[in-house]
Design a protein around this ligand. Sequence first.
Ligand code: SF4
Length: 533
Amino acid sequence: MQPSPDRALVIVGHGSHLNSDSAAPIMQHTAALRTRADVRALFSWVQPAFWKEEPALGDVLSMLDCREVVVVPLFISEGYFTEQVIPRELGLSGPAPYHELVDGKWVHYCEPVGTHPHMTDVVIRRARTIIGGEPVSPDETAIVIVGHGTLRNENSALATVNQVAALRARGLYSEVEAVFLDQPPFVDQVTEVVRAGEIVVVPYFIADGYHTQEDIPEDLGIAAGRGVYQNPTVVAGRRIWYSGAVGTAPEVTDLILERAREALTEPPPTALPLPPACAAQQAFVAWVETAIRERGVAEFGQIAIRRSPPGFELTHHEDAPDANLATHTGLTYAEELARLTDAGEYRPLKSAPTLRHGWRLCPLDGPGLCRAVNGFYPASIVFWHQVREGTLAIVPWHETAARQTGMFRAARQLTAQQAQDVAWACCDRSVCLKRLLWDLDAQTPLELDRGQGALVCREACSLFVSMARTVVTSERPAPTTVELSPADLESLRALFGAALVGVALDREGEVDAPLNRRRLRYLLRKIERADRG
Ligand code: SF4
């Protein structure tokens, strides 16, 4: 199953546990690139990867069956993520642009898309599009770029400031200025920083999310409801035109490809071994064929795989194969189907037992089957195979914790008892289908039912890390002591049990919210421990 060309393109984004907005531009550009003939001539596959979603950065190289990989960060600027987090999680030792052998793969790491010189054209086009056919003269118009900014890191504003300089150099607009969410001049000062009667405001952000759809419109004074605003809106006698985030512009697809092309200057230094994912996929298809021959169906997580001549079809394992299911044919539907539950809620954890029902994916040949399964359960095939072969690298919690930086550094302080309780809250089969393989360290095993099944967990996921951080920060300083009788504890336990099945819970990834399922399980665990004395 060696792909041709033997090269993959990975687009990296931040991602989020809370909603799919953050990943939307990555998925948009991934989908656009996968359909292009010029991309397929260079890359056999385009793969998204994330810091706070799946596929995780730490897993993405393992799941690819190509020997050469180009990694393009879809970030607005150089900084903490592009210079520290992404190289560290991918196992790279240098900043971009950089080429390195990582676990037998020749990896090219590119500079972020947001610093590409042609981003200025994207901003100009955004501004022109938003004004549309209105008779607005550019030389009577100010353009204002909104950056995040923060006084804690002077690099945070740099990409926005550089963009302002590049726009001024074009001489197209009477004034070009920057405002920021988190440092002066602030967004609500927009009518003070420019004099023009027409003001075009372009958010220099990758994704349209809370900042671009709520914070900025509010601060500009154009919000007419949550995520609702009119173009133009008159504020203090000036007309304000507001565009979407630059990262969602269709032209950014071309810039991702340009970044990738720029990296292809260094050929692999040596003949490279066949990636483990190739043997894994072959073994997986053989396992599926055997299961279908013997039982008529192969089950993997919540997926049922059956014959659909000349290939395979996938359905939810609880859906009857002859049910009236919506049939999808494209490989990328697996990623889409995996994003939301039946109720339309966002699934930050692909191994949560909440895969939606009512679909059929077919027909799939062997490689297509593996791509689709990886779309539902990223990196699951290669790890499944490595468990069978005894070659899976399992990462204990103390190593995962030691890698955490920035706001997640607090997770390093998780005590052994807290870690046991977080694992009980997060990794139970009722919230995650993976068989947990890691321990706290060589001397301290996790004491819980590790689950069964083909999906395996070789390292604590980003949701576990978030929960660990929440526990550490919320239990510092020492929690209030409340004396409860056995009857009180009994009532609380019953209340938690009822809440876990009976009420609308907070979002799955919102682990610091009071009615989050994992948080409630964590409290239930503490109560049960207290009750046992
Ligand atoms: S750490 Fe726990 S919740 Fe996360 S993937 Fe592993 S088993 Fe599932």
